[in-house]
Structure formats: structure tokens, C-alpha cells
Design a protein around this ligand. Structure first.
Ligand code: GH3
Ligand code: MG
Ligand code: MG
Ligand code: MG
Length: 299
């Protein structure tokens, strides 16, 4: 990660960009855009900013329009926006906040005030990012956690109810993991979980795919837009990828390495199904995979 936080300065006047960047460049990495259109390109680039200083009056897209677009896009909605403008009127300021800006600075601005406000919002952004991480990412495996899985499954099921598309769910469970811990030790068990999680995530890498740690040694993958055949193919790829990691499992009675059993269930948007029922359906198949000898995909 970068040592510096990035600030995107958006202003149609070169002079304003110059003054603001001179003010902030000691503490932050500065990006600049001379129009709303360029700003939207910059936020979708490889290094998105941590905060945006946004001029309101610009030819082409105005600052308000840029802000509205940023807040409507899940990829950019979390980037704090501060309006920097000469429009000193309460209703303008209110409009900025209504659009989701975190602050409003009037030109001509006082340098110390700009610095202080930017620092405050960068600090808040860092904390929010950390909270999101703690709330939604599993600390051990660094993939999405159960909370995040529950929220996503519910949301995606609602989405396919409208579109009529398929949605599949894979549940994967490590075979004889209790024996693994007993034989190789808990620390080695943790390392194993991390490697398996990475393999699961690598096999479900399309933008819509959602891999998560479902429980202790259980993983889940939500596959919106994937039918049963497609999901079985992915489950099979997960199974072989994990087997090929060749993580030694001296206590396994079916192989000398770590293996997975997997269950797959699918719904189409025309069916009414709750998250719980879909999970139960996948879990039933997982149970059959276990019963049939493990290291396999069901159905
Ligand atoms: P099966 O093949 O039937 O799935 O057998 P199993 O031993 O894998 O199943 P069981 O559910 O009995 O055991 C799961 C084990 O996973 C027990 C628990 O100690 C271990 N486990 C759960 N979470 C963690 C973890 O975070 N780290 C480690 N090292 N082990 C964990
Ligand atoms: Mg302007
Ligand atoms: Mg289990
Ligand atoms: Mg298990």
C-alpha cells in the first residue's frame, strides 16, 4: 500500500489546481483533473483517490453532476467529496451535502482551514475503511466473512428475482480437518485454511462471483448468473485445485493430502427461494458428498 493518501483536485482553472496542490503535496499524493469528465476517468484508473476536492462550476459536467455519478456507483461511492466553490449560499451548500459531499469549502479559501479539513476527512476515511475491513473480511483467510456472505446472498437473490437469471451456491468443506489439526497442529491448520481460501477465491474470480469463509473449515461461493452445469464445473475446478496444492495430510484416510467435499445448488429467478433454503439444498448435497467417500462434488 501507498505511504501517501491520494487526493484528486478537480477544477477547470489551472491556477486553483496549482494553489491547492502546493498546499497539500507535502502530506498527500496529488492527482489533478481539469474537468468533471477527466475526474470520472481518474477515479476509475488503477490508483483511485482517497478524497476528492471538487469545484462546482465547470464547463461540461458540473461538480454536482460529478458528485451524483460518484455516489451512484458502488465502486466510488465511498470516496469522500469536498466541494470547493465560490458559490457562497446556504442552499448551494445544502445541495452539496444532499448529494453526499462530506464538506464544503468556500473560495477564496484559507490554507490552514483547507489543510485541517482535508486531514480530518482523510483520517475518517481511513477509520471507515478499517471498520469495513473488520466487519466484512475474515481475519485469518482475508476473504469475505460470514456476515458479508449473508448480506450478499440476500441481495443477489433479490436481484435475480427481478431479472429471472440463475444463481448457484457452492458449499465446500475440508475433509477430516479435525484430524489435520490433531496431527499437524493448529498453527499448521491455520496455514492450510489460508491456502485453501486463496485457491477457492482464485477459482471464483469473475466480477460477480463471491467467495467467502462460511464457517471454521467451510467455504461458500455465490455465483450469480451461473446455472447448475456451470457451477458444478467451478466446484470441480475448486476440488482439483485444492487437491493439487498437495498440502500434506498425514491423517487423512482417503489421500495423503488435503481434499474438499462440495455441494452445489441452483435457483432461477422464477423460483421463490429463501437464502436459508438455498443453503440447506447445497448443504444436503455436501452431506451426500461426504457420505459417498469425500473428495467429490455433488450432485
Ligand atoms: P469431515 O470430513 O466430516 O468434514 O470431518 P472434519 O474433521 O473436517 O469435520 P469437523 O466439523 O468435525 O471438524 C472441523 C474442524 O475444523 C474442527 C475445528 O477444530 C477445525 N477448525 C475450525 N476453525 C478453525 C480455525 O480457524 N483454525 C484451525 N486450525 N482449525 C479450525
Ligand atoms: Mg470552476
Ligand atoms: Mg465442517
Ligand atoms: Mg470438514
Amino acid at each position: 500500500m501507498d505511504e501517501f493518501n491520494r487526493i484528486l483536485i478537480v477544477d477547470d482553472e489551472r491556477y486553483n489546481i496549482k494553489v491547492l496542490s502546493e498546499l497539500l503535496r507535502e502530506e498527500y499524493k496529488i492527482m489533478a483533473a481539469k474537468s468533471g469528465e477527466m475526474a470520472l476517468n481518474a477515479v476509475h484508473g488503477p490508483n483511485p483517490p482517497d478524497l476528492i476536492l471538487l469545484d462546482v462550476m465547470m464547463p461540461g459536467l458540473t461538480g454536482y453532476e460529478v458528485c451524483r455519478k460518484l455516489k451512484a456507483d458502488p465502486r466510488t461511492m465511498h470516496i469522500p467529496v469536498i466541494f470547493v466553490t465560490a458559490l457562497d449560499a446556504t442552499d448551494e451548500e445544502a445541495k452539496g451535502f444532499e448529494l453526499g459531499a462530506v464538506d464544503y469549502i468556500f473560495k477564496p479559501f484559507k490554507p490552514v482551514i483547507v489543510k485541517a479539513r482535508v486531514r480530518t476527512h482523510i483520517h475518517l476515511k481511513r477509520k471507515t475503511d478499517l471498520l469495513d475491513r473488520l466487519a466484512f473480511i475474515d481475519g485469518l483467510t482475508e476473504i469475505s466473512n460470514r456476515r458479508s456472505f449473508d448480506i450478499t446472498l440476500e441481495k443477489e437473490l433479490r436481484r435475480i428475482a427481478r431479472s429471472g437469471a440463475f444463481l448457484s451456491l457452492i458449499l465446500a468443506d475440508i475433509d477430516f480437518f479435525k484430524k489435520y489439526n490433531d496431527y499437524h497442529g493448529h498453527a499448521q491448520g491455520d496455514t492450510c485454511l489460508r491456502r485453501v481460501a486463496k485457491a477457492v477465491a482464485d477459482c471464483a474470480s469473475r466480477a460477480a462471483d463471491f467467495p467467502a469463509r462460511y464457517g471454521g473449515e467451510e467455504f461458500a461461493v455465490i455465483l450469480p448468473g451461473t446455472d447448475l452445469d456451470g457451477a458444478i464445473t467451478i466446484a470441480e475446478k475448486i476440488r482439483t485445485t485444492v487437491a493439487e496444492l498437495n498440502i500434506r495430510h498425514a491423517a487423512s484416510t482417503i489421500a495423503g493430502h488435503v481434499t474438499l467435499s462440495l455441494g452445489v445448488a441452483t435457483v432461477s429467478g422464477s423460483q421463490e427461494i429463501s437464502p436459508v433454503n438455498l443453503i440447506m439444498a447445497a448443504d444436503d448435497f455436501l452431506y451426500q458428498a461426504k457420505k459417498s467417500g469425500r473428495n467429490t462434488v455433488f450432485p
